[in-house]
Design a protein around this ligand. Structure first.
Ligand SMILES: Nc1ncnc2c1ncn2[C@@H]1O[C@H](COP(=O)(O)OP(=O)(O)OP(=O)(O)O)[C@@H](O)[C@H]1O
Length: 446
């Protein structure tokens, strides 16, 4: 495998991922140094902007399998890369594990890589500690693994529910990896992070002139996912009018790009997810009942982390081993009182929050043991002591200070993802953007 990326840190992560997936890196280069090289079977090319797509085309023309990556989270770029022949598009930042999972199908025919392929379905019942990309062997999660294994081979839509950070996207990836479509694309779209007026075009594409700024024809996520899986995260954020179009697509297999008269077809499997209660959304009229019953064919409920017993410890230990290796730190264990706090804490941000707590200690501190003082305040202090409503007059802080702390801790809990933080706080993402801009303007950048 050949790696082409400007960023040395990304090259390091990708190198670990290739090895994890059972491959071998023949060279890791900056784009300026990368001529078309046929020594590699597969090339991973970073595409920071549309101009970089020319390199994708050159490798594709030379018969090399191309996987595109980018930190620019535009579906348009992903679609364009695939239109030019890339077999997959992976959004940065990625961890070695998540990237390895996406690369594994590329080694499917190579005997040396067999171990890196998704395990046979039968493992779902027997593995004590995990499944696919999941860590955890609690009874609640074993039931989920079992469901994924049974549901994966079907083409019917899957409806995943669960709190933010509980692993809904991981679940969609596991379904894809174990389906007959595993070698096709996996395209993830977060409906909560896309402005409403652009959502239809992101899903179904548009033709030139369809709206201001539509300067050329563009395929959408449905076309990019053809032959594979389309993951629609936060489906509850979709407008009713677009829900009707999605329903029609599910009923007929046909859709139209925005502004187009021509109907197109795409063979995709839809996995959708929401952190809301879908039945309540239907009852409140925010989610079309007919669409809900079309999508709710195969439901999976991911339990919140606080319902998974000792999984919280298994996950914490696996994150500690991973982040310590990535950051070159000596951390090897948690102090007993830290483990107690982990067990007692409610984990409103679920696995993502735990991941961030562990990463934070590894990055900010040093030593072999993670101790209580290395944890963020909401965990380090006994429950209630860090509540935002102080009990004594002297301890009361101005509202804007408390508000900022709440928003920043939510953003941290969601790994810097403003849209997800906003959804969890039940405020609009633009409110967070506006407030952040004000903090920056006040010379106090977050
Ligand atoms: N059981 C697990 N084992 C290992 N990692 C996990 C597990 N569950 C979740 N993760 C990791 O936690 C992070 C959050 O998971 P994911 O993005 O799948 O959650 P989500 O439910 O889709 O969140 P949101 O609702 O905010 O979109 C990811 O980095 C994922 O890889």
């Amino acid at each position: 495998m050949l790696l082409v990326d400007d960023d040395p840190a990304s090259l390091r992560v990708a190198t670990v991922a290739v090895a994890t997936a059972g491959g071998e890196v023949v060279a890791a280069l900056a784009p300026s140094a990368a001529g078309v090289d046929r020594r590699a079977d597969v090339v991973v090319i970073d595409v920071p902007h549309p101009r970089a797509l020319a390199l994708v085309e050159r490798f594709v023309a030379a018969g090399v399998t191309v996987v595109a990556t980018s930190g620019a989270g535009s579906v348009g770029l992903a679609v364009e890369a695939m239109r030019r022949g890339a077999v997959d598009f992976v959004l940065k930042p990625f961890t070695p594990e998540t990237f390895a999972r996406r690369l594994a199908p590329r080694f499917a025919e190579r005997p040396a890589a067999r171990d890196a392929l998704p395990r046979p379905v039968a493992d779902a019942d027997t593995s004590p500690s995990g499944f696919g990309g999941f860590v955890g062997g609690s009874e609640a999660m074993k039931a989920v693994y079992d469901q994924i294994a049974r549901i994966a081979p079907s083409k019917a839509p899957v409806f995943v529910t669960g709190e933010s950070g509980a692993g809904k996207e991981l679940c969609a990836e596991a379904l894809h990896a174990r389906s007959p479509r595993a070698r096709g694309p996996f395209v993830a779209l977060n409906c909560g992070a896309i402005p409403r007026e652009l959502m239809e075009s992101e899903i179904f594409g548009h033709v030139r002139g369809a709206f201001t700024g539509a300067t050329e024809d563009r395929a959408g996520a449905a076309e990019a996912a053809a032959g594979g899986t389309l993951f629609l995260d936060e489906i509850g954020e979709m407008e009713l009018a677009l829900q009707a179009k999605l329903l029609r697509f599910l009923q007929t297999g046909e859709f139209r790009r925005v502004g187009d008269t021509r109907a197109r077809r795409a063979d995709i499997r839809i996995v959708c997810a929401t952190h809301r209660d879908p039945f309540a959304e239907v009852a409140a009229g925010r989610f079309r009942q007919d669409l809900f019953y079309r999508l709710h064919v195969l439901p999976i409920r991911l339990p919140p982390l606080r319902e998974r017993g000792e999984d919280v410890i298994r996950l914490a230990e696996s994150f500690l081993a991973r982040f310590a290796a990535e950051e070159g730190r000596a951390f090897a264990r948690f102090a007993p009182d830290v483990l107690e706090r982990f067990r007692a804490y409610g984990w409103p941000g679920n696995v993502r929050e735990l991941q961030n707590v562990v990463r934070r200690s590894v990055v900010l501190d040093d030593g072999e043991t993670v101790t209580l003082d290395m944890l963020p305040p909401e965990l380090a202090a006994p429950r209630g002591a860090s509540a935002p409503f102080a009990a004594t007059e002297a301890a009361i802080e101005p509202f804007h200070v408390q508000e900022r702390r709440i928003i920043e801790s939510a953003i941290a809990a969601f790994g810097g993802n403003l849209a997800r933080a906003a959804a969890a706080l039940e405020i609009s993402p633009s409110t967070i953007y506006r407030k952040r801009e004000r903090w920056i303007a006040d010379g106090d950048a977050a």
